[in-house]
Write a protein that binds this ligand. Structure first.
Ligand code: DX5
Ligand code: ZN
Length: 216
């Protein structure tokens, strides 16, 4: 089974950001997961372009950027310019989701769509063949270190079926509360990418924890 690990920078030590980026470079992690929050779509503000430029400067792995912002189309090109390889917008934040996906692809990035815990998989039926990655939120977005929502396994299985039935190549990413106890079950349910913030950065040995998440 091949799958990817994407440590979330939200849980890094921003006073030692370069050190934490180098740690991920040296680890067996695959992507950098980068959470952008605007204080409107979610009840928290994270960081913006100056921090992204620092990440772009030091990171040696793909930047997987998760936008938790309203009207994300305004910034598609700007995120391309700071090195985003995968740009994910929220289903709930896009009035014209199909257009948002096309904009991301036209800018030369892979297009991701994130869905909140309350959003049904069925709502992706008409866009799944255009989507490169579906980010299944396994917590309500806005904060790191929250408790994993158990219904996620069921959603991932349904999403896997939808992807197969539509012949889509979309990857399934799980975001929120992923830890060493639930990652195997998530992979068995059909996950392709696991985001891990708190589990990696609050551990005594982040490199070792990433290594553990890569063992199936
Ligand atoms: C939550 C963010 C997540 C968060 C995950 O809104 O989208 O990416 O950083 O953090 P953990 O793994 O700590 O739940
Ligand atoms: Zn995220």
């Amino acid at each position: 089974m091949s799958y990817l690990i994407a440590p979330s920078i939200l849980s890094a030590d921003f006073g030692n950001l370069q050190r934490d980026i180098e740690m991920i470079n040296q680890s067996s992690a695959d992507w950098f997961h980068i959470d952008i929050m605007d204080g409107v779509f979610v009840p928290n503000i994270s960081f913006g372009f100056p921090v992204l430029k620092t990440i772009q400067k030091h990171a040696k792995k793909p930047l997987d950027v998760h936008l938790m912002i309203v009207d994300p189309d305004r910034y598609t090109q700007a995120f391309k310019d700071v090195g985003a390889e995968i740009l994910t917008v929220h289903y709930e934040a896009c009035t014209h989701l199909h257009r948002s996906i096309q904009n991301i692809k036209n800018c030369g990035m892979k297009a991701g769509v994130a869905i909140n815990p309350h959003t049904s998989i069925n709502l992706l039926e008409d866009t799944i063949h255009d989507i490169d990655l579906v980010c299944v939120m396994s917590v309500n977005p806005g904060f790191g270190g929250q408790k994993f929502i158990e219904n996620t396994y069921h959603k991932v299985s349904l999403l896997k079926q939808l992807i197969k039935s539509k012949n889509s190549k979309a990857l399934i990413e799980i975001d929120g509360g992923v830890d060493l106890n639930n990652y195997k079950k998530l992979l068995q349910s059909g996950a392709d990418v696991l985001v891990a913030g708190n589990t990696v950065f609050s551990s005594d040995n982040p490199i070792d924890t990433i290594k553990k998440l890569k063992v199936i």
